[in-house]
Ligand binder design. Structure first.
Ligand SMILES: Cc1cc2nc3c(=O)[nH]c(=O)nc-3n(C[C@H](O)[C@H](O)[C@H](O)COP(=O)(O)OP(=O)(O)OC[C@H]3O[C@@H](n4cnc5c(N)ncnc54)[C@H](O)[C@@H]3O)c2cc1C
Length: 407
């Protein structure tokens, strides 16, 4: 490489990791990390410790500002990349500047999907992706009299868990017939339906939102498709995200539910790579099919993988996908990549839950609740590709750790 070095667009979890791993690997050319927010920070605590007041904005930062100076990572904050000139190998920025690159990394993440109904922009309607969103939600939560959450996904349920028991009605509205329907088994969904309900959360399943209605210029209720209404002066919309792929698409790169990248994280232009929430990458855990994964693990491991390639040690991305979600007092952990129709085998446990998922007789993933040892063992089993039968998974006498140790 030459003087322009590596330019990383998006200073989130993935962009930060590429920069840090490049320096760890001894990369000496310039590294520029540009993003439209401030210092790179962790998003998971936004719906957990940060909203609960257990950590502050400084505690969210992945590294203090001095780290970037010490590691010669040039930060350009509060600025967006607006266009890529692939022929000239330049990025155009929102402040009018252009930045030359030898290699460009797209780590632009994802943005929240908007609720396509009247009233979705009313005061009192929130979403949660950024620190600014979390600050607004935190401020609104204290004064709210009734809370409605549209979407029973991870973020909606984490917020429900934080709000439950505060003496205010908390209603979760979900179009499917159970929570986290795309991500977890019916068994795990059932566990959390019960746990949240016991904590005082009300669920409206199979419910479509028709409009958010106002009183005195603020949201006052959620009108459902069946005509009924749920009173709420605070509404959190958590109905998933869409990848930030417009920059890549406008530059002629292959996109479609994410920026298409190969197993080495190269896009259709070898001088440009993509990773993290914005990228769609073939996975051995999806029978080689391309998948877009929204998790810290994916952002971090892809960051390391890309830095290895850019420093002359190319390895195809193959890390075991894993994820966690803290809901009320419970920790959900997921390893592997499952599909809704994968078979479920519940391993008998004392407390918590361990659900092993099988596709064509092979372990595809494991969901555990408050069972960290089962989660860790399952991650190793998946990573090593060890054979585990549904019968063995269902037998509590079969020691999973011993299986891993013996491999
Ligand atoms: C509230 C919340 C809770 C979560 N909880 C968990 C959890 O418990 N476990 C878990 O594994 N994952 C969790 N996640 C998901 C996890 O945070 C993401 O998967 C991870 O942050 C992805 O990293 P990323 O770098 O790909 O994207 P991001 O972290 O979104 O970073 C992308 C950055 O690029 C910026 N950007 C976009 N376009 C441009 C542009 N054109 N120019 C400049 N900058 C640009 C964005 O503003 C952003 O700062 C959570 C996410 C949220 C929002």
């Amino acid at each position: 490489m030459s003087a322009a070095g590596v330019v990383i667009v998006g200073a989130g979890q993935a962009g930060f990791q590429v920069a840090a791993s490049l320096r760890e690997a001894g990369f000496t050319d310039p590294v520029t990390l540009l993003g439209d927010e401030g210092l790179p920070y962790q998003r998971p605590p936004l719906s957990k410790a940060y909203l609960a007041g257990k950590t502050d904005a400084v505690g969210l930062c992945l590294r203090p500002a001095a780290y970037f100076d010490e590691h010669r990572i040039a930060r350009r904050s509060g600025v967006s990349a607006t266009a890529i000139d692939r022929a000239a190998r330049q990025v155009r920025l929102s402040d009018g500047a252009t930045l030359a690159y030898d290699h460009l990394v797209l780590a632009t993440g994802a943005r929240n999907r908007r609720l396509p109904v009247p009233g979705a922009d009313l005061p009192g309607v929130h979403q949660l992706r950024s620190l600014a969103d979390a600050d607004a939600l935190k401020a609104a939560r204290g004064a709210a009299r009734a809370i409605a959450i549209v979407g029973a996904g991870f973020i909606g349920l984490e917020f429900a868990g934080l709000c439950a028991g505060s003496g205010r009605p908390v209603t979760v509205i979900e179009a499917a017939d159970r929570p986290m329907a795309r991500a977890v088994s019916a068994e795990t969904a059932g566990f959390f339906t019960q746990a949240h309900t016991a904590a005082g959360v009300t669920f409206a399943f199979g419910a479509g939102v028709q409009a958010l209605e106002a009183e005195a210029g603020r949201v006052a209720r959620v009108r459902l498709a069946d005509g009924s209404a749920i009173d709420a002066d605070l509404v959190l919309v958590g109905i998933g995200v869409v990848p930030n792929q417009d920059l890549a698409g406008a530059a002629g790169l292959a996109v479609g539910d994410g920026i298409h990248a190969d197993p080495f994280l190269a896009t259709s232009d070898p001088a440009i790579s993509a990773l993290g929430d914005c990228a769609r990458v073939p996975s051995r855990f999806a029978d080689g099919q391309p998948v877009r994964i929204e998790s810290v693990q994916n952002a971090v491991d892809q960051g390391r993988c890309l830095a290895a390639r850019l420093t002359g040690r190319p390895v195809a991305y193959a890390a075991v996908p894993w994820f966690w979600s803290d809901q009320g007092p419970h920790k959900l952990q997921i390893a592997g990549l499952t599909r809704p129709d994968d078979a479920s085998v519940v391993r008998p446990t004392e407390g918590g839950l361990s659900v092993f998922r099988f596709r064509d007789g092979h372990l595809s993933g494991v969901e555990t609740v408050d069972r960290p040892a089962d989660h860790m063992a399952a991650r190793r089993i998946l990573g090593l590709g060890l054979p585990l039968t549904p019968e063995a998974a269902a037998d509590p006498a079969r020691d999973l750790k011993a299986l891993v140790k013996g491999a």
